[in-house]
Write a new protein. Sequence first.
Length: 130
Amino acid sequence: MSADNGIYILKLKDQCRVGEFQAIENLNWSFVEMKILWNEISPVRIIEHYGSLKPLSYAEAKKEAFKLAKDNLILEYGIQTIKVNKKWEEILSEAKSLIKVEIASLKTTQSSKWDYELNNLIKLEKLLNE
């Protein structure tokens, strides 16, 4: 069985954030298209994954990544850097717009399969607008 995990440094124009995640390809998931968009990272997914993590310099993020890696017995994808040529505030602004569209899209699915994700997006939207 695959661990499907890694330590991922999000490197933005103005800061970095670092965390250990599984299925990092979910950063590319679109609730509008209902599929992975391989050439696009969703700002909403960035906020979901990295929003609660503290901003760091790249040097600090690398140190934190190695510390996290040392504490993991299994780390399938090691330490990776995800570069996004935007500032954190740009990501937040884009997420605030996109999350409304994603919520509307999930509300039209006519399926309870997505209720968990819909509820999480509604909660996140409230946090983003506080």
